[in-house]
Design a protein around this ligand. Structure first.
Ligand code: GRF
Length: 205
């Protein structure tokens, strides 16, 4: 797996992917890390690991990766030899130019059990709703927001004394296990589609 990671924040998911590669749990090479936020800590984590860290200048105040920025992203991915994209705390919607360039090769992690609670601060939505189980979802990215076929989910109990922060921290712990596991299934080419369902094949064909 030649992986590019896109993120806009602290990069704890990037760190768990890096750690999994170093521990031999993920057969992947991290080709580059791209962020739309110039001083995002995810870029610092990449630099510390000796991985090309690129700030992609995107249209401010927009919630999409489109236009020139999308074209630049596609160039960067090709320059760095990436064949798979992992969105990790990336706060922009990927549009068709990138989706079409990487069919079924862009994945995302969302801090809720989709299809419940798509969108922002999903852990807070779950808590406010009164859900008793929360969690995270790794899914293929499609043209919608948090709507692509689900690869893997991890559940987390919601405690009566949970705050948004305490619940989010517990979900993040599961994210850090779920993402490398899901990416390894991609690396082993063990994901098959049955309609919209993503199923695990015993061994690659
Ligand atoms: C977190 O809210 C996480 O739940 C979601 O993206 C955000 C940033 O995570 N997946 P990270 O620490 O930048 O990976």
């Amino acid at each position: 797996l030649n992986l590019a990671v896109f993120g806009s924040g602290s990069g704890s998911n990037l760190q768990s992917i890096l750690d999994a590669i170093r521990a031999g749990r993920l057969d992947a090479r991290l080709r580059c890390v791209i962020s739309d936020v110039p001083d995002a800590y995810i870029l610092e984590r990449a630099r510390s690991a000796g991985i090309p860290a690129v700030h992609l200048d995107c249209a401010p105040f927009k919630t999409k990766l489109d236009g020139e920025a999308q074209q630049r992203a596609i160039e960067l991915l090709s320059e760095h030899g990436a064949d798979t994209i992992a969105l990790a705390g990336f706060m922009r919607i990927v549009k068709s130019g990138l989706l079409d360039a990487y069919p079924r090769r862009i994945v995302n992690i969302h801090p809720a059990l989709l299809p419940a609670f798509p969108g922002l601060e999903a852990w807070k939505q779950a808590l406010d709703y009164g859900a008793k189980v929360a969690g995270c979802t790794v899914h293929f990215v499609d043209a919608g927001m948090d709507t692509g076929p689900i690869i893997l989910q991890r559940a987390v109990e919601v405690h009566d004394d949970d705050t948004p922060e305490s619940l989010h921290a517990r979900i993040l712990e599961q994210e850090h296990a779920a993402y490398p596991e899901a990416l390894q299934r991609l690396a082993e080419n063990r994901l098959r589609m049955e309609g919209r369902r993503v199923v695990l094949s015993v061994n690659p064909e």
